[in-house]
Ligand binder design. Structure first.
Ligand code: MN
Length: 322
């Protein structure tokens, strides 16, 4: 998806100031971002309280929305740079097209992973005939300096590895979890896993001590280390944990996201990740000028999505602190 903020605020991300030096339990309630009357999008990252979890730089949770009598998701061609988009559906179907010529429909349980790198454009639409409900998460991963100019790519993985144990069904989207490794290409040490908990289940799952983690309740509610987590909220877990305890009085779907703290400094605005305000301004200009950096999305019937007005970018180039 595209960043649906009409007036997105430039975000400075990265560095280690916000990384907890040990275990934490910080509740991030999320913020509603308006997208018309029908669609409710909750922004979990970045928020005022937290900007990154490992390289995870953006988390939107949308739906479930009844799209029976609407066209559902209609996101015109828009650009990305310097990041990967990880698209994950709990319900519905999405038709993805991009400037590489990809023309793919994906459904729940399937990973749509787009590496923007140097630059890409894509559109996302509910097919004309679509399932009743649309429910999912749009996640972005920041690319480290060594890979942020990589050639754009799109991967569709219809089958993902995972395991079932004690009422938990784990599906690994990115990285490794519990001995299963996703086929999705990752450019930093990170993980993302869907945890489907049966009603009444209580499990303890393994974590990497040097990763920081957060867990989002996408559906149902759960208790994470005894902290109640309602649907649509996220709990930051910090670092230094060997495991986390999960309890689901009712059936719940959680998304566990983690990774090595991301120390590089980033600037993120609208759908772009760069290193300076000047870079962001250049990407915006190139999108407006239909620069070949992004290419054309063949097969999409309609105009491209213009960038919102570029705000003053008080963002000076900053040294990368380590
Ligand atoms: Mn997008």
């Amino acid at each position: 998806m595209s960043n649906v903020d009409r007036r997105p605020v430039p975000q400075e991300l990265g560095g280690t100031e916000q990384v907890s030096s040990g275990p934490a339990l910080d509740l991030l309630p999320g913020k509603e971002v308006s997208l018309g009357e029908r669609t409710r999008v909750r922004r979990l990252l970045p928020t005022l309280g937290r900007r990154l979890v490992g390289a995870w730089a953006f988390v939107d949770h949308y739906g479930p929305d009844d799209v029976t009598s609407s066209s559902g998701m209609q996101v015109p061609p828009h650009p990305h740079t310097g990041l990967q988009t990880v698209s994950w559906l709990l319900e519905g179907e999405v038709h993805h097209r991009d400037s590489l010529g990809s023309d793919v429909r994906f459904r729940p349980g399937e990973l749509a992973l787009m590496t923007a790198g140097h630059g890409i454009a894509h559109s996302e639409q509910s097919p004309v005939t679509h399932p009743r409900y649309l429910h999912g998460a749009q996640l972005w991963v920041a690319l480290p300096e060594a890979h942020r100019e990589t050639a754009p790519a799109f991967e569709h993985h219809a089958r993902l590895p995972g395991f079932t144990s004690d009422g938990l069904t784990a599906t690994v989207l990115m990285g490794s979890f519990g001995g299963a490794t996703s086929p999705g290409t990752a450019y930093s040490a990170l993980m993302g896993t869907d945890l489907d908990l049966a009603a009444g289940s209580s499990v303890e799952v393994p974590l990497e001590q040097d990763f920081e983690y957060a867990v989002l309740a996408a559906s149902g509610s759960a208790e994470v280390e005894d902290v109640p987590l309602d649907r649509g909220a996220m709990l930051y877990l910090g670092t230094g944990r060997r495991s986390v305890r999960l309890r689901a009085p009712e059936a719940a779907r959680l998304l566990l996201l983690g990774g090595e703290p991301f120390e590089e400094r980033l600037v993120m605005w609208w759908n772009f990740v760069g290193r300076t305000g000047e870079e962001i301004a250049r990407y915006t200009e190139q999108w407006a000028d239909e620069d070949p950096r992004f290419g054309d999305v063949d097969g999409y019937d309609g105009p491209r999505q213009p960038a919102p007005p570029l705000p003053p970018l008080p963002l000076k180039p900053r040294g990368r602190e380590r």
